[in-house]
Design a protein around this ligand. Structure first.
Ligand code: UGA
Length: 441
């Protein structure tokens, strides 16, 4: 199929590379000529494991190219896929300016038969756009096909999705997407346009709810001296609940979960429905960094003049993306309270969005010397496998606060360090009493 992907961001590039791998002829268009230049040279403008090599393969195969939007739109394209950003405005409402300008560009340069919306759009957007497109070309069909790509695992998610959601006005219109994704083995759910739009918001809001739920439990576990990781494990063994997205920590971040939660809240508010459940999810997340900060303050006996070493700045491991990062939120608060902070991150090395006063280190152990406490804020493998004897010898203080509950408390205790987690109050000796029978062979 001849496909145009509009928007050379994370979703657009990952989707385009995957479609090219399936043998479709794909052109990615963007208004940013620097991005187009970089991608044409085989380098993605963001970090995503494995992407650059697939990008180069696709370029070399002749199945993929990058062009300027809208001048590069081709008359022979059969399908255009909108992968542009849909940020929220200050009131949490979705800003559709990029979607509208992509549609305007297509209308001006000749519409393909099928327009696919991959961007996350509020309920009702697809129907509005379908009408606009049909006024110009009655045979044009619009499909809402939300993406479920996690940063850091996006290629895996694109090649092995759990499901494909195809939202259409008429069931017959789904056939073009079945053809587009014929290589994928995932089940396809064909829905109405609006259901497909809501499935995307609902999925992210539900994942956010799970994280806030376990973070509330982490606060209780701290009070009662229990280990929230053990509680999450026991809950997750019920297959109706499952174990994913029950990792307590400093809160969820990124450019999707917080944005889509806010987007759903504002859509609900616009139709007068009470969504206090979702507001509570947001409240827990907004207060989690401050709650963790209190633990740090207690451990250090105050923050003024204290030196804190921090590992991890991105919103989670496996990405260099720091948008909405709870790590930055927490470090900003520590700096405001008078602590000095020196941080290391394997991919996120600098940038204007860093809190003022934050110092950056170039290697893992560099921030430790003279630090009163080490904070682990993302769950990178490199942090989990650190040499804790070396950490102990370099740190001035003795405490490691594990903001992602990803470290082995026993290993740290053996090195002579004091381990603090998020809701892992149980002393190490008692925690050892938790085991699964029969043991895994
Ligand atoms: C999320 C969704 O998982 C994707 O399915 C979706 O396609 C994507 O948003 C999107 O809308 O484009 P992503 O933003 O990459 O993907 O990040 P997640 O893996 O969902 O993590 C979000 C945040 O929750 C991170 O800060 C992570 O550290 C945190 N989290 C996640 C926890 O604190 N605990 C957990 O158990 C899981």
């Amino acid at each position: 199929m001849r496909v145009e992907v509009i928007g050379a961001g994370f979703v657009g590039v990952v989707t385009a590379v995957t479609l090219a791998r399936f043998g479709h002829r794909v052109t990615v268009l963007d208004v940013d000529d620097r991005k187009i230049g970089k991608l044409s040279g085989g380098t993605a403008p963001f970090y995503e494991p494995g992407l650059d090599s697939l990008l180069r393969e696709a370029l070399a195969s002749g199945c993929l190219d990058f062009r300027l939007f809208p001048a590069g739109l081709a008359k022979e394209a059969q399908l255009a896929m909108l992968c542009v950003g849909t940020p929220n405005d200050a009131r949490g409402r979705t800003d559709l300016a990029q979607v509208d300008s992509a549609v305007a560009g297509l209308l001006a340069h000749g519409l393909p038969e099928t327009i696919v919306i991959k961007s996350t759009v509020p309920v009702g957007t697809g129907r509005r756009l379908a009408k606009q497109l049909n006024d110009a070309r009655p045979a044009c069909r619009l499909v809402v096909n939300p993406e479920f790509l996690r940063e850091g695992s996006a290629l895996h998610d694109a090649l092995h999705p759990d499901r494909i959601i195809v939202g259409v006005a008429e069931p017959a219109q789904a056939s073009c997407l079945l053809e587009l994704y014929r290589e994928l083995e995932a089940p396809v759910l064909v829905t109405g346009l609006e259901e497909a739009e809501l499935i995307k918001y609902a999925s992210n809001a539900f994942l956010a709810t799970r994280v806030s739920f376990i973070n509330v439990l982490s606060r209780l576990c701290d009070h009662w001296g229990l280990d929230v990781n053990v509680v999450a494990r026991g809950m997750g063994m019920d297959h109706r609940i499952g174990g994913q997205f029950l990792q307590a920590g400093i809160g969820f971040g990124g450019s999707c979960l917080p944005k889509d939660l806010d987007g759903l809240i504002s859509q609900a508010a616009a139709c007068g429905e009470n969504v206090n459940l979702l507001r509570a999810v947001r409240w827990v997340n907004e207060t989690q960094p401050a709650w963790v900060m209190e633990k740090i303050e207690r451990a250090l006996g105050g923050l003024q003049g204290k030196r804190v070493a921090a590992w991890g700045l991105s919103f989670k491991a496996g990405t260099d993306d720091r948008r909405g990062s709870p790590a930055l939120e927490l470090l900003g608060r520590l700096l405001e309270a008078g602590a000095s902070v020196i941080a290391y991150d394997p991919t996120a090395t600098g940038g204007p969005e860093l809190p003022p006063g934050l110092q950056m280190a170039g290697s893992l152990y560099e921030p430790l010397s003279q630090a009163d406490l080490l904070l682990v804020l993302t769950e990178w493998q490199e942090f989990q496998e650190a040499d804790w004897d070396r950490v102990k010898s370099l740190l001035k203080g003795n405490v490691v606060l594990d903001g992602r509950n990803c470290l082995d408390p026993d290993r740290l205790a053996t090195a002579g360090l004091t381990y603090l987690g998020v809701g892992r109050g149980r002393p190490v000796e008692l925690r050892k009493g938790c085991f699964v029978w029969p043991p895994a062979s």
